[in-house]
Design a protein around this ligand. Structure first.
Ligand SMILES: [Cu+2]
Length: 140
């Protein structure tokens, strides 16, 4: 009799353990977060604007325009800047940019039409080595 009741007791424990183990419902696959696709390429516009800030540096240093587009440079610095096409001192690369030229404090001017798909670089003719006043215009 003792033998039989022991077996029944063990079976009851085994049943409880099995039930407890089967209860886990976790472990579903964690959804992977899709990687956001950054869009670093600038949108080409017909008229881009570059500002010379009070810190004496241009922002942004690169803009993208459509073919035939133009660029306006606004001088918000407290001193004058002479914005000219590269290379210094010939300014022969993109003569359309030379139409911007000398800007007194607060003044702004727009380039001629940039008709060729290429990249035009410019600088401040009076500060040709100032990296903060060098920029590029991508014509698409
Ligand atoms: Cu120059």
């Amino acid at each position: 009799m003792t033998d039989t009741s022991y077996k029944g007791w063990a079976a009851a424990i085994a049943l409880v353990l099995t039930t407890a183990c089967g209860g886990g419902s976790s472990g579903g696959s964690t959804p992977t977060t899709p990687t956001a696709t950054p869009t670093p390429t600038a949108t080409a516009v017909e008229l881009a604007t570059i500002t010379i800030g009070a810190n004496g540096s241009i922002s942004p240093s690169s803009v993208t325009v459509t073919r035939g587009g133009r660029v306006t440079i606004i001088n918000n610095d407290s001193r004058a800047h002479d914005m000219s096409s590269d290379p210094h001192p010939e300014h022969s690369d993109c003569p359309e940019l030379n139409q911007i030229g000398f800007l007194t404090a607060g003044q702004q001017r727009t380039s001629g039409n940039l008709n060729t798909a290429r990249t035009c670089r410019f600088h401040d003719h009076n500060l040709p080595d100032n990296a903060g006043l060098k920029g590029s215009i991508v014509i698409q």
